[in-house]
Design a protein around this ligand. Structure first.
Ligand code: AGP
Length: 615
């Protein structure tokens, strides 16, 4: 999983590609490189580290003038992150150069063949094998670059979004896609290539998203023609008008994207229910559900597949669906589901949840479910993403771009969409009375204001963070709807502060984890008024009796937990099923502050990437 950027046109290509790579660093940031055509030759600069390191290196070692360039920011799959394994990669002749996001699975056998034919390799990457295969085909078959790419891609197994150019034909870039995203920005006498539209938004709002197994020769002064890689058939060239703004993807005055995204949640939740939650009319309107209502109502069960934070949103949905709509739900890690030969029938509805819409495991689970005849519904944030296209129907979360690697607003907007679906099904199936349904609609509409209120505790949360920033371990406890919030709280802390944390259902404590409790152990307990409150208070007592440090996430005005806890953080009162939308806020802020206090890279934590497009 990597970010790719390319430019060909009338402007200086280097700054466009460099800036584009910076915007795509959420896709990987262990090395970066740019290949620039300066009018007579290809100049290449690449380095281990971030795009800023590449900027310094390129400034020192090459001229930055030229109107054609391709660049790459990497998240290593084959070969350790170092200068040599960084992209772009040359072919043996030095004529061709490539950037690649994905994995060529059969690269080893191709490499062996190429070595027999006299090719040599500098790096350990599958990508260098691919560019030499393309060169070999081009020479053997005496074909143009586009054709050579097509023939070569028909010989590889794996996933790719690639951009290739030939220094002897510097008026074109050949692009192709299978499994990894690739967008082409269409300007006036200029084209942009990128993993998503963010690198070219200030230049053009016109974009073509390649489908899987499609390729194009992007040539100056020519209309783009898209072809099927398999059989050379022409495919439809659909130019979309993008509605996204650049301001939406820059930090907007916040120190980190994560903080900006935490604070965007009131708006993001409102945007997610806008036009769907019609309180006055007493209805929920969702085209993706309305058009397939029978599928949902007649389903034997709903299976939710997702990874990471999206999986946690799925767990919250399990409680909501079963409690409100009385529909049986199973929640599966997509990575397990795809390999455990699950029993799936045409009476199952599968809901796939994914912020990026590109997660490889979730995609594979969707494909498996479809093969077995299930109806597959997607809940995605990224419009036009692969999962959004691969599912039979779906609902977008409308959270806007989420850049911070740690998911925040994606989680709360996923819960919002899933709550809307559950409520709609509850009403349509008769599981919920009209008045109860109306009450839920009213309460859901109030959530953005209550999230704003929860955000007001930020300063107090910073003080709490200062007290626990040096902890080595933390426990997160919750029950019912808030058990998944405990898991999510622990995940947030782990991924950005590197402190070991675990989430547990509060009542499970006594079956083992209680042995960990001593005066060194901070325990974050979600203990909102509604939902097993008394039971959770008893669990809090048990921790206190063993000298654990207690930080309670409680309903405004709480007295019982306050009396026992070391600290409390209040959230407004709401319906029990909506509490995760509020209790998750202080936990996000806590993790954020702890990571900042520890001087960690909040937006780009080590070893992670925003969308995990590898297994
Ligand atoms: C959450 O903070 C993560 N970084 C990660 O767990 C993420 O939720 C997971 O990789 C799934 O991503 P998706 O929602 O884009 O499919």
């Amino acid at each position: 999983m990597c970010g790719i950027v390319g430019y060909i046109g009338k402007r200086q290509a280097f700054p466009i590609v460099l800036e584009g790579l910076k915007r795509l660093e959420y896709r990987g940031y262990d090395s970066a490189g740019i290949a620039l055509y300066d009018g007579s030759d290809i100049l290449l600069s690449k380095t281990k580290g971030k795009v800023s390191a590449l900027e310094d290196k390129a400034n020192n070692e090459m001229s930055l003038k030229g109107n054609l360039a391709i660049g790459h920011t990497r998240w290593a799959t084959h070969g350790v992150p170092n200068d040599v394994n960084s992209h772009p990669h040359y072919s043996n002749s030095g004529d061709l150069v490539i950037i690649h996001n994905g994995i060529i699975e059969n690269y080893a056998s191709i490499k062996e063949e190429l070595i027999k034919r006299g090719y040599t390799f500098q790096s350990d990457t599958d990508t260098e094998v691919l560019i030499n295969l393309i060169e070999d085909v081009k020479k053997k078959e005496k074909v143009k670059l586009g054709k050579a790419v097509q023939i070569a891609l028909n010989q590889v197994v794996g996933a790719y979004a690639i951009a290739v150019f030939d220094k002897n034909k510097p008026n074109e870039i050949v692009v192709a896609k299978l499994g990894s995203p690739l967008a082409i920005g269409v300007g006036e006498d200029e084209f942009f290539i990128a993993s998503d539209a963010s690198p070219f938004l200030e230049y053009t709002k016109k974009a073509i998203y390649l489908e899987d197994e499609e390729m194009a020769v992007v040539r100056l002064n020519k209309k783009i023609k898209i072809r099927k890689i398999k059989n050379d058939e022409l495919a439809e060239t659909y130019i979309q008008e993008l509605k996204i703004n650049l301001e939406q993807i820059v930090k907007g005055g916040y120190d980190h994207f994560m903080l900006k995204e935490i604070y965007e949640q009131p708006t993001a939740i409102k945007d997610t229910y806008r036009g769907r939650l019609l309180v006055k009319e007493g209805i929920i309107r969702m085209a993706g559900i309305d058009d397939h209502l029978e599928k949902f109502l007649n389903a034997n069960r709903v299976i939710i597949v997702a990874c990471g934070t999206s999986w946690h949103a799925g767990l919250v949905a399990e409680y909501i669906f079963e409690n409100l709509a009385r529909i049986p739900v199973e929640v599966e890690y997509a990575s397990e589901f795809r390999y455990r030969n699950p029993v799936i029938t045409s009476k199952d509805v599968v809901i796939a949840i994914s912020q990026s819409g590109e997660t490889a495991d979730t995609l594979a689970a969707i494909k498996l479910a479809k093969q077995n005849g299930a109806f597959v519904f997607g809940v995605c944030n990224v419009v036009g993403s692969t999962i959004a296209r691969e599912t039979h129907a779906g609902a977008y979360t409308h959270a806007g771009p989420e850049i911070g690697v740690a998911s925040t607003k994606a989680f709360t907007t996923q819960i919002t969409v899933l709550t809307l679906i559950a409520l709609k099904l509850a009403k349509e199936s008769g599981a919920m009375s009209k008045s109860d349904f109306q009450y839920h609609l009213q309460e859901l509409e109030l959530i953005p204001g209550k999230v704003e209120k929860a955000l007001e505790s930020d300063k107090h949360i910073l003080e709490v963070a200062k007290k626990y920033k040096d902890s080595k371990n933390c426990l997160y406890l919750g029950r019912g709807y808030n058990f998944p919030v405990a898991l999510e709280g622990a995940l947030k802390l782990k991924e950005i502060s590197y402190i070991h944390a675990e989430g547990y259902p509060a009542a499970e404590m006594k079956h083992g984890p209680i042995a960990l409790i001593d005066e060194q152990m901070p325990v974050f307990v979600i203990a909102t008024k509604k939902g097993h409150y008394e039971k959770v208070v008893s669990n809090v007592q048990e921790i206190k009796a063993r000298s654990g440090k207690i930080i309670g996430i409680v309903t405004q005005g709480d007295k019982d937990v306050k009396a026992i806890a070391d600290h409390i953080i209040e959230v407004p009162e709401t319906l029990e099923c909506l509490t995760p939308l509020l209790t998750t806020i202080p936990l996000q802020l806590l993790s954020y502050h702890i990571a900042v206090l520890l001087n960690k890279n909040v937006d780009q934590p080590r070893n992670l990437a925003k969308s995990v497009t590898v297994e």
